[in-house]
Design a protein around this ligand. Sequence first.
Ligand code: DMJ
Length: 661
Amino acid sequence: MHPPARKDYVSVTFGEQSGGKYNNSKQLRRRSCWRKWKQLSRLQRSLALFALVLLLVFGMTSYPAVHQHFRGLVDVDEERGAAAGLPHPPRVLQEPVKVQPEVPLRPEPPLLPSQSPMKRPQKRGPPVLLGRQEKRENMSGPLLAGVGGGRGQEEKKNKESNDKGVEPVIRGAGIEADKPIDDPEAGNSKESSPALPIEKTPKEMETFRLEGVRESFRHAWRGYKEFAWGHDELKPISKTYAEWFGLGLTLIDALDTMWILGLKEEFAEAREWVSTELSFNKNVDVNLFETTIRILGGLLSTYHLSGDPMFLEKATDIGSRLMPAFKTPSKIPYSDVNIGKGTAHPPRWTSDSTVAEVTTIQLEFRELTRLTHDQQYQDAVGEVARQVHQLEGKQDGLVPMFINTNSGQFTRQGIFTLGARADSYYEYLLKQWIQGGKKEHQFLEDYLQAIEGVKKNLLQKSSPSGLTFVGELSHGQFSPKMDHLVCFLPGTLALGAHHGLPDDHLELARLLMETCYQMYAQMETGLSPEIVHFNTHQGSTRDVEVKPADRHNLLRPETVESLFYLYRFTKDPKYRDWGWEILQSFNKHTKVSTGGYTSINNVRDPDFPLPRDKMESFFLGETLKYMYLLFSDDLDLISLDRYVFNTEAHPLPIWPSEPKE
Ligand code: DMJ
């Protein structure tokens, strides 16, 4: 056996200097390193030194890039969680730019919002609960959506696009990044907005804010007109349109808003389109609920406001084409109707309809009967209401979310919510009672019982600030989840109190209004997410949590709607201030420079809100209309003693009582 030519191990010998003891002193180690260095040849030493210098130079030059690279990965990680390997996406919305205000049709008001000196808001209500930094820390997790809630077809549509991840966000190649048009005085961060003009008389303030809303409407309309005219929805980032039913949904939804805002030129153009271009004789499946509340409701209210009989003709046309939906074994309507063929069917995967959908078409069809004297409309929706009134399966007046079109029974029972799929059932109980002159007592009874059911089963307070919220009940278990959709409730409660229902309804309305406002105020963009979860455990540090999949904002109206009612009935100016604040946030984070507003995917990131490239028709039909009515001092502009709003903000008359004989 030969010894190895070269040692392939290191022999460590502890020399005598340590006296046989282990000595790892620095001095000794330094000495032995030096000895090793001395043992190297000159060439070896030069090579080693050269390598060291190279390493140093390389390290210094590449540090920023490496650092940046890792920061990038962390950011992507923060934003998209699992998708950590994705390239860092370019920002779609850029720094705010100032835009020249358009020439208003009305006499020039004293100042436009973008010209006026602003001051910081007087924040009211409980203190803001999160520091900015804390909020950011709460943002981890993937942004891959999968929306939990939503109402009817509209929400299903949003869910579908969301389920595919962040697909609706258009960015990168081919799409020019759009800049939000901001109100520069509103400041660059939420902390410095909203802005209120200094030293204005109440009248000046009113004019200022009303013109602000008109300016927003005109901007939205400009985008629709240029890129989506006559189509259902504007896609403002890609400057095109989306078709849902192919019926000019946004245009019809916005008609009465233009009337109310006094935008006569825009109204005239839209009227012309309805009169000459709109045809319902189309082989297309439409959703009964969405078409009723947006199109039938929009045409009826525009008829009432303008007195133009063309709108009633169109309303009657679409109303009659929707009637096949009621031809089911139970008379509970199918969700979908082909308005050209006159056939109807449930969704492909079930014979169930959504409870909110079948119980939120009554105001419109009842009004159609009153106007046309054709009883079939009122009879059909009255039958649905009658059946739901006497159904088994409610809990303290709260209804399940689904109803079967064959059996007429509630299905998939056990979940009770005031959010998606049940919400407007409660709203229409009260509103039908009001519409009919407060005579149909079963609506009132069901409504009162349901509100007691809410108090008993769904109301809790958050921790640490004690915000009153409406959660959900799932098979006996309370869940502190609240959809933004639930924010219709403060307004509805206040409306009931105005019509003589107990005062404690108004008290509850005030508390819930505060909560809905906080759902905006506590987000970094100042805009509410679609769904929040409240903390209820003692010792929680923040009241509101937002799951990554729930961070989107669809420009929904419910909070602004409730602010309108609360202001009308209490005259507390804070509700107007809150509404103004919300409008500034929409302007800051959702306004697209080339026209229109876009829904966004992330209300928690003001720098990267991820536009979804869609302006929902209810932004013009509801959000901006309620905003305008909130700021208007003219109580006769849609008096709440003469009109009742349908769930899409289309005002329908309260029926005059029949003359006594
Ligand atoms: C609108 O279509 C109506 O307000 C409906 O009742 C709920 N969904 C949207 C607004 O969020």
